[in-house]
Design a protein around this ligand. Structure first.
Ligand code: PHE
Length: 447
């Protein structure tokens, strides 16, 4: 049976920017980035991360879009067919495969955290944070994690929402909603940064984020920064490739990539500036791990005027940001199941959703009943996270940039990038050498 794509091209450049930003901006920026800074000891991580975003993330983002726009299929077929067309081995399709697998693994634990955001939305609406101090907030979170049933409920609700949206096709409504909700999230974060300034911990937070102690810079910290650059820009998963396949010829890739990268980075830094003043003002541990935003921000919401409204808004927007990313994570898996099996789009979405949900259960049990279950020293949640961020994403992204820089025909690439002689030379140096060598060095130095 011949199947046609269920969604056509983006209606406009704006629609595309929103969808790409929707995928990029998510829990990675607001939940993960701050706690990784904390675990990695601060500014040295932040600076390496920014370097990775500019020198490796941005070119790979462009490379993935470029490949997707030419291939016009799911990432596996796209890579395989483009490779053959350019006289290369069909084995390049493997890059598409590891990408889809990565998306599946990430969504399983991502949905668990999306569930936390949902649950905290409920607490915020009912005024549950009012008057809470750091101990109350911390105990509430510990109690929440210990309760597997409640984690499972919220993980299930979040996954159901994701499946629902994907099954209906990425509806115009979602695109339109993003236009309003994403900027609102940005504004709210800046309000929280404003609160941070009043806590007395702001100066310490600034120093922690921007004044590096280079002795903290280990190989593992660099690898974490690199991995997070991929995670936060949704790279190395075939997602941006898939988005590129719906992209019109007239869109300027470099300019668009710059817009997406800047928005993503600003949101992440704002999250750091909102959270760390609260950490220091309350004597909390910056290295608390994945719970960091859940044990810091409620303190702010519990103690500022309008905290109930602001807290509710914040967690609603966080959930929304998580959902727009989760949708993008499910999409490549669904696309693959749909094209390779007789299932309809709805059927494929359901199957992909159930499989991801089931793996997510193993991830959420890491916080309670299975906290002792470890594989190579990591619990299941950490294993899923680290395996994808530190290995699968960078290696898949490396494949994508090598392919775009070395295998695609140069003249058309140059036209596509809209670059002059000099600009194109710079692109070539970065795409052929700087980005791939950067990824390789980080890897080899870690082995
Ligand atoms: N970039 C998203 C975030 O930062 C997460 C994500 C990763 C989404 C990979 C899609 C693909 O939250």
């Amino acid at each position: 049976m011949q199947k046609t794509h269920t969604h056509g091209q983006w209606t406009s450049r704006m629609g595309f920017v929103l969808a790409a930003t929707g995928s990029a901006v998510g829990l990675g920026n607001i939940w993960k980035f701050p706690y990784m800074i904390g675990q990695s000891g601060g500014a040295a991580f932040v600076l390496v991360y920014l370097l990775c975003i500019a020198l490796i993330g941005l070119p790979i983002l462009v490379a993935e879009w470029m490949i997707g726009r030419r291939g016009q299929k799911n990432p596996i077929s796209t890579m395989g067919e483009l490779a053959k067309k350019n006289g290369r081995s069909g084995a390049w399709a493997l890059i598409g495969f590891t990408g889809v697998l990565g998306a599946f693994l990430i969504l399983s634990f991502y949905s668990v955290i999306g569930g936390w955001a949902l649950s905290y939305t409920g607490d915020a609406i009912t005024g549950g944070f009012t008057g809470m101090d750091k101990d109350a907030v911390g105990n509430a979170f510990t109690g929440f994690l210990a309760n597997a049933g409640s984690l499972l409920t919220w993980h299930t609700v979040f996954m159901a929402l994701t499946v629902g949206v994907v099954a209906m096709g990425v509806a115009g409504g979602l695109e339109r909603a993003s236009k309003l909700l994403m900027p609102s999230l940005g504004v709210l974060l800046f309000i929280l940064v404003g609160y941070g300034m009043t806590t007395g911990g702001f100066g310490q937070a600034m120093a922690y984020l921007f004044n590096p102690d280079w002795s903290k810079l280990t190989g593992d910290v660099v690898l974490a920064a690199l991995g997070h650059a991929f995670f936060t820009l949704s790279l190395g998963m075939g997602i941006m490739m898939a988005y590129g396949s719906y992209l019109g010829e007239d869109v300027d890739l470099l300019r668009t990539a710059r817009t997406v990268v800047i928005m993503d980075t600003v949101i992440a830094i704002a999250a750091g500036l909102a959270i760390f003043p609260i950490v220091f003002a309350n004597g909390l541990d910056p290295a608390a791990g994945p719970g960091l935003i859940f044990v810091t921000l409620p303190i702010a919401f519990g103690n500022i005027t309008g905290g109930v409204i602001l807290g509710t808004l914040f967690f609603v927007l966080l959930t929304f940001a998580a959902l727009t990313s989760a949708i993008s994570l499910l999409e490549p898996v669904v696309e693959l199941v749909e094209e390779r099996t007789p299932l309809s789009r709805a059927g494929a979405t359901f199957v992909a959703g159930i499989a991801t949900w089931a793996l997510g259960i193993a991830a959420l049990l890491s916080f309670n009943h299975w906290s002792d279950v470890t594989i190579i020293g990591l619990n299941i949640f950490d294993l899923l996270d680290q395996l994808t961020s530190k290995f699968m994403l960078p290696l898949t992204g490396l494949g994508a940039i090598l392919f775009a820089a070395w295998c695609l025909d140069r003249d058309s690439v140059r036209k596509e990038l809209g670059l002059g002689e000099l600009g194109f030379s710079v692109w070539n140096v970065v795409a052929r050498f700087v980005a791939p060598v950067g990824v390789l060095i980080v890897f080899v130095s870690n082995l």
